[in-house]
Design a protein around this ligand. Structure first.
Ligand code: NAP
Length: 269
């Protein structure tokens, strides 16, 4: 189905690595002009995106700083003469057990993952309200649906994004602006750092907890974002949360082996 995104613009934070780069690759492939913002956007990733043929602008900004987050959005709107879409993707996780949580890691997490979203969405929405149109997509995490050790601050930041999405959705709807969320499960990126983990543990986790028994590909998040940004396909969708996690959120406590489980639903006769 034609998404009709060609010639539209988007600002993507953290769009030069991992999931953000997957989103940028899909959106540029659909013909969108993109501003890619992060503290230090990777030059090679930017060059690769430019080869897809649309306009790609790199913006250096630390989104945890309110002034920089505002300047980043204003700059993107200036580049494109307005902003059709904003994708809030940049985030980081500082893992600490609850008895050892430091104020630095707590504040850095909330500033980078949650407050930054408020400052950037506020500024993007001001631009969009003037044009009575626009789209915002927030990237969340299944960390809000499942618990993990050392993830208190990260979980709180991602759950906070849901509340923010709901408020943005109802307050911006009268201005023709849709606000949605995509919630990734597990993807091998710099943030997960799984390349540094023991291979057996990574495979064991995948087979035990992810029903589809594979990790996600970053472009699969890009496809979900593209679908939501398309007014043609998703024009009536706002306040939605698409979970892209291979079924992780419904992981069962396995009391039988994979072969036994497969046999239960094998074709009969
Ligand atoms: N990987 C997963 O399994 C997974 C699962 C669920 C949700 N997610 C979510 O997916 C999103 C992308 O994460 P990822 O896995 O793709 O990790 P990643 O490759 O490390 O990407 C994080 C991006 O955020 C940028 N960033 C971090 N702090 C920033 C700051 N203060 N200001 C501006 N940019 C900043 C980084 O660029 P710079 O270093 O240049 O600033 C980087 O491009 C995050 O929202 C994450 O919570 C990931």
């Amino acid at each position: 189905m034609e998404l009709s995104l060609r010639g539209k613009s988007a600002l993507i934070t953290g769009g030069a690595s991992g999931i953000g780069l997957g989103i940028a690759t899909v959106l540029a492939g659909e013909g969108m002009d993109l501003a890619i913002a992060s503290r230090s956007p990777d030059a090679e990733a930017i060059a690769t995106l430019r080869r897809l043929g649309t306009r790609i602008e790199a913006i250096a900004a630390d989104v945890s700083d309110e002034e920089q987050a505002v300047a980043m959005v204003d700059r993107a709107a200036e580049c494109f003469g307005g902003l059709d879409s904003y994708v809030n993707n940049a985030a980081w996780a500082w893992h600490e057990p609850v008895t050892r949580v430091t104020s630095k890691a707590w504040n850095d997490t909330l500033n980078t993952n949650l407050s930054a979203a408020m400052w950037a969405c506020r500024t993007a929405a001001r631009h969009m309200v003037r044009r009575r149109a626009g789209n915002i997509v927030l990237i969340s995490s299944t960390a809000k649906l499942t618990t993990g050790f050392g993830e208190a601050a990260y979980r709180v930041s991602k759950l906070g994004l849901n509340a923010l999405m709901q408020s943005l959705c109802v307050e911006l709807a009268p201005h023709g602006i849709r606000v949605n969320m995509v919630t990734p499960g597990h993807f091998v990126t710099r943030l997960t750092g799984w390349d540094r983990l023991d291979r057996d543990r990574v495979e064991q986790f995948r087979d035990r907890y992810i029903p589809l028994q594979r990790y996600g590909e970053v472009e699969q998040i890009g496809s979900a974002v593209a679908l939501l940004l398309s007014d043609r396909v998703s024009g009536y969708t706002t306040g939605a949360d698409i979970v892209v996690d291979g079924g992780l959120q419904h992981a069962m406590i396995k009391v039988a082996g994979d072969d036994e489980l497969r046999a239960l639903n094998a074709p009969q006769g």
